[in-house]
Design a protein around this ligand. Sequence first.
Ligand code: UD1
Ligand code: MG
Length: 450
Amino acid sequence: MSTALVILAAGKGTRMNSDIPKVLHPIAQVPMLVHAMRAGSVLAPERTVIVTGHGAEAVAKVAQAEDEDARIVVQDQQLGTAHAVAQARAALDGFTGDVVVLYGDTPFLQPDTLERMIAARADNDLVILGFEAADPARYGRLVMNGDALERIVEFKDASDEDRAITFCNSGLLACDAGTLFDLIDAVGNDNASGEYYLTDLVEIARDRGLKVTAVSCDEAQTLGVNSRADLAAADAVFQARARADLLDLGVTLMAPETVYLAADTVIGRDTVIEPNVVFGPGVTVESGATIRAFSHLEGCHVSRGAVVGPYARLRPGAELAENTRIGNFVEIKNAEIAEGAKVNHLSYVGDASVGAGTNIGAGTITCNYDGVMKHRTVIGENVFVGSNTMLVAPVTVGSGAMTATGTIVTRDVEPDALAVGRAKQENKPGYARKLFEMLKAKKARRDKGA
Ligand code: UD1
Ligand code: MG
């Protein structure tokens, strides 16, 4: 049976107090909407429809960056969740199979929950996802009769008896596409909010003799985000879960609560992460590496046995081969550092390749930017780059070469050559002593005058 996803993402999210549409706020550096899309991808959807409204263009851009085939529909006025799903009708034209409705602001859904909803569809026409709420607050309540779901009562329309129910509506559902749109046609807006409630589908379906049930998941999965406080709490939940997963996978986190992970961080077994390390998106660290304290990594790959930090910054395109060393206050961007190479202190290596076994001395800079364009620096194998070398790109340093400390390399250096480019030193005997005396006398005159 094929499935299609409809992800509701039109809401403004007033309580976020933001110019950014709510579903684009990130959790673990990935927009909430993308979390929802990735959760839904377990069903290998034949089509994905995103219902946008507020910030539709920005939302569409993010959705299509994640899945270029995602279909974007715009709900101009937010007239309720049923009205939102109705906007997907044309985008699902010709689709036969199950439609699964997700919310763009519910990023914690687990794959097996969706699988259970689809499985429950085998014996039911409409499947709703519910959860036992610790604090049912303003959620819609699920009125069950054995396994059958009789109706959903929105908080605003609920009696005291209904409000005592703790089994609540997550808002997610699964239903055959044809049936879903037939049912939606019958939804009215005669309720406390004057909105077209998706929750009304339940009673309409039952009136038509269809079978409706609710599948249950734990509340954490249905956690929605409505405010910055919710966002921070959701991020904390994500971090706790991701750290626990890494520990299970055999990664050492010396102070787990200080390591900040992205949703796609991959770290191999027996890697050690020291305290206060931040992972941005797109980082892979292989087994047996060490990331020392206060390092910041994004869009990079660290191979086996590499040691990074403390205080290192790996930016997008940093590719560290096995047993490389990147030390304190070193920034690497868009550069391949080959096996065993070392950049240990206070350096910037950007738009470059560094050959195996090469040592980059303290304070080395690849001058990659001329103010308009970026240029590459190519450094061969077993090169010794002396401290405080400026490599003015584009430039190549051949294998086995050396650069003398303080050299400004503006021309290519052939293999095995020594490049020296600095002003000649001159020593003037006795000058220092004379200079000191002169300066001290000057200071004494000034102190007296004051
Ligand atoms: C909804 C459910 C409620 C459930 C709760 C779970 C209805 C009527 N009520 O209530 O039973 O307990 O979710 O969180 O469905 N949206 C649109 N267009 C609209 C309206 C909403 O795209 O016109 C989107 C929102 O952006 C959001 C989702 O649908 O992602 C849910 O809307 P929201 O207004 O938060 O519904 P609730 O009142 O929370
Ligand atoms: Mg809500």
